[in-house]
Structures are given as C-alpha cells and as structure tokens.
Write a protein that binds this ligand. Structure first.
Ligand SMILES: [Zn+2]
Ligand SMILES: [Zn+2]
Length: 346
C-alpha cells in the first residue's frame, strides 16, 4: 500500500503524497498567456500617449513604451515565481512591430520556460488637448486691465510670462487640458484665452500676487452638454491704479508709492522721508516710475542744497534736500524729471 501511494497516477513517477506529481501538474497548467496583438496610440502633434482611454504626456522613448505595454500583455499564473523576461522587438513596417517574448520562471518549484509572439500596432490619433486646441475650444479668458489707465508694457510682459510659467507648471503636474490657446494684446490690456478654468484661476491669482490689484470671476452660461451646464468664465484682473515705485504728487509734494492695498496707497515723501497711507483718488498726478529714473553724480553739497551734474549738458543743477539728508558730494543718486524740475530720489 505504501508503494502505491508514492506513485504519480499520471506518469508513474515518484509522488510524495501519491497524487499527481508536481511536474504533471505543471504540464497541465497554462501558466502563461499572451495577447496576440496590442495597439499603442500616440498623438502625432504633441507626442502624448493614450492608455486605457486616457492621454498622458510621457517624455519617453518608443521602445520603453513598447516594452511596458508588452509586459502588460503577458499574463502569468499567480503561482509563477521569479519570472525573467527576454524581449526582442523588431519593426516589420513603419506602423507594425513584432515582439518575441520568452519567459523563464519557476512553478511549483519546477523551472519552466515558454515563448510567445506579440504584434504591436502603432497608431496615430489626435489627443484630447490637440483636438481642443485646433478646434479653438476654450473655457475662459483672463482679461488683464488696470484701474484708470492702460497696463504698462512691463506689466503686459510680466503677465504674459506668468501665464506661460503657470501653464508649464500645470502641464508638468499632469493637468494636460490646462493650456493657453492664445495671448492677445489689445488697446485695453492683455487677453489670455485658456483651455480650463483651473489654469484661468491660477494665472489670475499669480498675476495679482506679483503685480498687485485683484480679480473677479464672471461665469457665462454657453450651453449644455450631456445634461450639464457649460460655463465660460471671464477672469477680470484689475491691476492697481498706482504701482510700487511710482513717483507721484500728493498734497503738492513729490512722493514714492511704497505699497498698494485695494484703493489705498502707502507713500513716502521724497523730501522729508515721512510715510503715510492715502486714497489712490487723492493722488494729484503721476510723474513716472523709478524704473525710468536716471543716475547722476552729486557735484557739491552746501547746507540743504546739492548740485547734481547733468550728463547731457555738463551743467550743474541745484536742488534742495532735507537738512538731515545724508547725501554728499561724489555720491551717485537717482533723479526723475517733472518738466524742468529735477526730483531727487536718493
Ligand atoms: Zn506525474
Ligand atoms: Zn496632442
């Protein structure tokens, strides 16, 4: 009786428990199955890859993508241990490749090996983003304007730069549909047309964080899609009337704007150095911005007078400074012009 128990009924070989031996069991298991054909879809315009119906931006080589998909097309029995893969991919036409795959593994403690062949069909399809962009699809417009004036060229350039940085960061983070479809400068400022509400929101808050002012959102119902209301949003960015480093006249005196908050500006009197907060509507006149200041040399100091050397004419022009001002001869200072007057900035 002992002997019978120790023989495999299938092959007659030894069997520890008298049942079908491991080798016979392994022979009966279809431990590897391969999909005979897989298709890999790439966007011809931007190089995005489609996977399980969703598009992703993967900055990867074609062979890496193929290898990954092939490994996923090989299905192994859960009992398979330590599988090793040997893949050879050859191109058979511009849009067809063939992969020869050999898997070596261990099953029920017995080494096994099997091979299969998988055909890869390379397909091209325009991705969701490219088709939205070519179809002029958009979800919002960021309108950059300034209160009571046209945005300055540096503000236009800064806002456009911020928009592009924001797009880059969002796309990097996988927000594929957060794209900018166009940037137009017009008489009133800058219009940034965007593919998602998310990017519109981020661009607007980034512009306000950098340049001041505020923004408000104005949704407009444009239709219905699959029972859901579809809105387009205007992000109305309003830059402040005055910006930091503006030189203005307030109460008949020259001052520099050092901070802006809603409708108030904090200013520093250029003569006395005193600071105060005033309504922007109380500002009498804008002279310019410190970006446009000139550098000149102080030729002499005499009491509360300094003489600055004007490079163009070579003449020395006298200006009054506060008695406690530390300015002295030989120093370089910044000045601005208001008609024939020179404004000493310091
Ligand atoms: Zn057996
Ligand atoms: Zn694309």
């Amino acid at each position: 009786m002992r002997i019978k128990e120790n023989i495999c009924p299938r092959c007659g070989g030894p069997s520890p428990d008298g049942g079908t031996c491991a080798r016979c069991r392994v022979d009966q298991i279809r431990w590897m199955e391969c999909d005979s054909r897989i298709s890999v879809i790439e966007c011809p315009s931007c190089g995005a890859w489609k996977e399980a119906g969703a598009w992703t931006d993967l900055n990867r080589e074609r062979t890496d993508i193929a290898t990954e998909r092939i490994l996923r097309a090989i299905h192994l029995h859960p009992g398979v241990e330590s599988p090793g893969f040997d893949l050879r991919i050859e191109d058979i036409s511009p849009n067809r490749s063939r992969a020869s795959c050999t898997v070596s593994a261990s099953l029920l403690g017995i080494p096994v090996q099997e091979s299969c062949s998988i055909e890869i069909v390379w397909q091209k399809e325009q991705c969701d983003r490219c088709s939205r962009m070519s179809g002029s699809y958009y979800e919002g417009v960021v309108q950059v304007r300034a209160k009571g004036r046209k945005p300055y060229p540096f503000e236009i350039a800064t806002a456009a730069g911020i928009a592009q940085e924001t797009e880059g960061a969002l796309q990097e983070g996988g927000e594929r549909l957060s794209f900018i479809s166009r940037i137009d400068e017009n008489r009133d400022g800058l219009d940034i047309t965007v593919g998602s509400q998310r990017i519109g929101q981020e661009i607007s808050s980034n512009i306000v964080r950098r340049l001041g002012g505020r923004f408000s959102t104005h949704p407009k119902l444009v239709g219905e899609k699959a029972g859901r209301k579809v809105y387009r949003i205007t992000f109305s960015v309003r830059l402040p009337k005055y910006t930091r480093e503006d030189i203005i006249i307030h109460g008949g005196r020259y001052a520099e704007v050092i901070a802006v908050d809603k409708d108030n500006v904090r200013i520093r009197d250029l003569f006395s150095g005193a600071t105060r907060t005033v309504k922007d509507s109380a500002v009498e006149r804008l002279i310019g911005n410190l970006r446009d200041a000139e550098c000149v040399m102080i030729a002499f100091r005499d009491g509360d007078m300094i003489g600055v050397l004007e490079p163009a004419s070579g003449k020395t022009i006298e200006c009054q400074v506060h008695p406690s001002s530390p300015l002295c001869a030989g120093q370089e200072i910044r000045i601005m012009r208001d008609g024939i007057d020179l404004i000493v900035i310091g």
